[in-house]
Write a protein that binds this ligand. Structure first.
Ligand code: SAM
Length: 485
């Protein structure tokens, strides 16, 4: 039987079924142990250190106890601490992005995804480079600077060369004042050599959802195709890191398996990356299973309520305080509103989940033929930006960290040094000003510039504040763009 070892490179040793089961039993046995729970909450709370903050985080066992706890006051306390951590490390900034679907050709048999090979009625589509250009122009016209590219797995139709061509095309388009400054990639598990090529193409984060950490369920849910190989999929992040990608994004598709099992597995994966590569995941996504072409979420037994979903988000925030958290438009405005207070730091906006869903459609038109799943939050990017600001957040289009080489563990150093307010904060305000000037509706622009003015005052370093003000003036009065600290 495989033995638990976070440092092992074998899937079944670092995501160890026996360890997860013991963790769940320990969590269940301690879910009313208020002395332990208080101790864990205290451990998770951010502590002031020098000019910044540090946070100890929690192990998968510790965090599983909090997730199991059903005592209302303790849950409230978890939520308060999650928000404290969020504010200490990310401030009130929320980074925005959009998915770009390149191709829905797929040779896998995933039971929850409408792109599975046996779906013979969904139209199959793959963007040409001309169509990629058109999509990117449409996305730039919305105001996006950061994309996540998505594709099915198909070595003939979507080989790595195709993905690399698309990345080159995306970075080459400079339409009006627009450009895409960071391309994150969500494609199937691949080889070290291919990860190296993606790194050389200048990608930001490599994102791959585990879907489920439960091996038997994984094998059942992926009955055919290369994705059936549990070990190859689970060990993908190690290959990505070996290929030189140091920002990787984890995720579970909640609804497929029991959430407590997935939660422990997800944190064990994060601990494994830290133990082996010295750096944890850059982001964690929390997708929930959605209705789609020939997919009915009610056919799956493990759907979770909004309350449990929020608790999962808060507990992840407490466990891995330095990891960004992403919520997509799979979730409604109401759910996203609450999740933002519990630790989410990135949201998508104005998203289309079909291949070729942006170019040629106006805001209210939504093509459904090649769509991957139903989108709950169907608002335009302008509406999402205004909504964020009206709720006290700063929408940020910043891509500075990775372009300045602040990837991997260097973001953590930035948090600890207390320089976030002199670096990320002005970057957010400058990129928001670009958005307001170039793309926002008059109403959003008005709300936005009021916010920018107030938030500029919060920059502690006088010199940084002055430079940010000068740059924002330049954005307003000229076509100069892309300032960053
Ligand atoms: N094909 C790539 C792979 O196999 O990892 C990734 C791209 S796929 C477009 C992105 C993600 O969408 C999948 O990893 C899965 O978690 C999610 N997804 C698939 N079907 C879904 C559904 N019905 N509802 C919500 N999310 C879904």
């Amino acid at each position: 039987m495989p033995v638990y070892d976070p440092k092992s490179l074998k899937a079944e040793e670092f995501i160890n079924d026996e360890e997860i089961r013991e963790t769940l039993a320990y969590a269940e046995a301690n879910k009313n142990n208020t002395a332990l729970i208080d101790q864990l909450l205290e451990k998770a709370r951010p502590k002031k250190k020098d000019k910044g903050y540090t946070c100890a985080g929690l192990t998968h066992r510790e965090a599983s106890v909090l997730l199991a706890c059903e005592i209302p006051e303790k849950i409230e306390e978890m939520y308060r601490i999650a928000e404290e951590i969020k504010l200490a490390f990310y401030g009130n900034r929320i980074v925005l992005f959009a998915p770009l679907y390149l191709s829905n050709y797929c040779v896998n048999g995933c039971l929850y995804c409408p792109y599975h090979l046996k779906n013979k009625h969904i139209p199959r589509k793959k963007l040409t480079q001309e169509e990629v250009r058109a999509e990117v122009i449409a996305l730039q016209d919305l105001g996006h600077k950061r994309l996540a590219i998505e594709a099915g797995e198909d070595p003939v139709n979507n080989p790595i060369e195709y993905i690399l061509d698309c990345i080159r095309t995306i970075y080459s388009v400079h339409h009006k004042n627009g450009d895409i400054r960071r391309v994150n990639v969500n494609i199937a598990a691949t080889t070290v050599e291919n990860y190296r090529k993606l790194k050389e193409a200048g990608i930001g984060t490599y994102i791959l959802f585990q879907e489920t950490y439960h091996k038997d369920s994984y094998l059942h849910l992926h009955p055919t195709g290369p994705k059936h190989d549990y070990a190859y999929h689970t060990e993908a992040m190690d290959r990505a890191m070996e290929g030189g990608i140091d920002d990787v994004g984890l995720g579970v598709l909640f609804g497929l398996e029991l959430y407590k099992y997935e939660f422990a597995g997800l944190l064990m994966h994060a601990e494994h990356l830290e133990a082996v590569h010295g750096v944890g995941p850059h982001t964690i996504s929390v997708p929930r299973l959605k209705r789609a072409d020939d997919i009915d979420p009610d056919d799956f037994d493990n759907g979770i309520s909004d309350e449990i979903f929020e608790k999962i988000i808060a507990c992840i925030r407490l466990a891995v305080p330095y990891t960004g958290m992403i919520i997509s438009t799979r979730e409604s405005e109401e759910v996203r509103s609450r999740a933002l207070r519990l630790g989410i730091s990135q949201v998508s906006g104005g998203s289309r989940t079909s291949v070729g869903g942006y170019a040629g459609y106006d805001e209210n038109e939504r093509p459904h033929d090649t769509e991957q799943f139903d989108v709950s939050d169907q608002r335009s990017l302008d509406e999402v930006v205004r909504w964020l600001m009206e709720n006290g957040h700063i929408p940020s289009f910043c891509t500075a960290c990775y372009r300045e080489g602040r990837t991997g563990d260097r973001f953590m150093s930035l948090c600890k040094s207390g320089q976030i307010l002199n670096c990320c904060h002005p970057n957010a305000l400058m990129t928001l000003s670009e958005y307001l000037e170039d793309y926002a509706s008059p109403q959003t622009k008005e709300v936005g510039y009021r916010l920018v003015e107030d938030e500029l005052k919060r920059i502690p370093n006088e010199k940084v504040r002055r430079i940010a003000e000068e740059n924002i003036d330049a954005i307003k009065s000229s076509n100069r763009r892309d300032f960053r600290f």
